[in-house]
Design a protein around this ligand. Structure first.
Ligand code: UD1
Length: 338
């Protein structure tokens, strides 16, 4: 059984990917410092997978400790999720973002190189496209970022690209995620933000559970179907499966740099999401239109043909499934995973 190191494996996308890896016959090993997740996630993963999950409470910036993990386990590949991810916070604390996100990636690559591990998947984001010239967005669109968080994603993409040019047997896949929402059907794992959520879906579910009064809709004067922002929401289970397909691909391809959009190829507006969630919730969800959020764009959705062609990736869950599982997770964990 191939060991796959999953950094940030207790986080939102990481934990769902751990489940997918087990289902696909890989043996995930988690490295996480639990700075933005709970150690309880591990027990829950064991419950879902019915398997002991090996994990290390380690900060990926700590090369000495990281190397121990590589020494103790024969690793086939690494999926690097670990990183800070809040746009607003990155603007306020840029050095914290550059230090954590860049150094952790560097240390992972150094450890991989030392221990001769050749397959790496990096969690990138649609944020690297900035405000795209048109939609849908293709992988070869120009890259442009507008905040330190996005810049760490782009800088890491560039760093890895440079590295693959001179290390032909080091294989990298850059996965650009669109907007992951939803949760595992068990309701045991899901998106569990600290404090007031930044992202739309956890904000909506916290309104439904009564923790927040109403959804603040950031502007309804965009050039979109109903004036509110349009995004490509993808079920986190589909996204997780995309990592399994990418690992399979890395194992058999001769190319050493792969780039894929992972989305559904379909955009939904903020009001469409609220409306779909109302059906699951069973009553209208209170919302107020407020001013635009600085830095937001009108429309962002992917063209995912490349991932379909080369990986066989196709999202199978729809917006209703995403709302249902997000709400199920919120109801089962009114105060998050504690
Ligand atoms: C955000 C980040 C992006 C990051 C992604 C991770 C920004 C500007 N971008 O994407 O870099 O990769 O999260 O998941 O933060 N909305 C509301 N009310 C809310 C929250 C959001 O109306 O309380 C709207 C937004 O204006 C947007 C849509 O909902 O139109 C989605 O927002 P969000 O979930 O924050 O994701 P993004 O902004 O697309």
């Amino acid at each position: 059984m191939k060991n796959v190191l999953v950094t940030g494996g207790a986080g939102y996308i990481g934990s769902h990917t751990v489940v997918a890896l087990v289902e696909a016959g890989y043996n995930p090993i988690i490295v996480d410092n639990f700075s933005n997740s709970s150690e309880k996630v591990i027990e829950r993963l064991e419950k879902i997978t019915n398997k002991k999950i090996k994990y290390y409470n380690i900060d990926c910036c700590d090369l000495v400790k990281l190397e121990e993990v590589f020494k103790e386990n024969q690793i086939f590949g690494v999926i690097h999720f670990a990183g800070f991810k809040a746009v607003g916070e990155s603007v306020a604390k840029p050095l914290m973002y550059y230090e954590n996100n860049l150094i952790s990636m560097l240390m992972v690559v150094k450890a991989m190189t030392k221990y001769n591990v050749k397959n790496l998947i990096f969690s990138s984001s649609a944020t690297v496209y900035g405000n795209p010239k048109s939609v849908p967005i293709y992988e070869d669109f120009p890259l442009h970022v507008t905040n330190p968080y996005g810049r760490t994603k782009l800088m890491i993409e560039e760093m890895l690209t440079d590295y693959t040019k001179v290390n032909k047997d080091f294989k990298v896949a850059l996965l650009r995620y669109f907007n992951p929402i939803g949760a595992h059907q068990s309701g045991l794992i899901g998106e569990d933000p600290n404090g007031i959520p930044n992202n739309l879906m956890p904000y909506i579910t916290q309104v439904c559970i009564g923790k927040l009064e109403y959804v603040r809709v950031f502007g309804n004067d965009y050039d979109t179907v109903d004036g509110t922002g349009v995004r490509d929401y993808i079920h986190v289970l589909d996204l997780a499966w995309g990592h399994v397909l990418t690992l399979d691909k890395l194992a058999k391809t001769d190319e050493n740099l792969l780039v894929y959009n992972l989305g559904t190829g379909k955009g939904s507006s903020v009001l469409e999401v609220i409306n779909e969630m109302s059906k699951v919730y069973g009553k209208p969800i209170p919302y107020k239109i407020i001013e635009r959020r600085p830095g937001d764009i009108a429309t962002c959705y992917a063209n995912c043909d490349k991932a379909y062609r080369e990986l066989g990736f196709k999202a199978k869950y729809n917006l209703h499934d995403m709302c249902e599982t997000s709400w199920n997770f919120q109801q089962k964990n009114p105060n998050g995973i504690r």
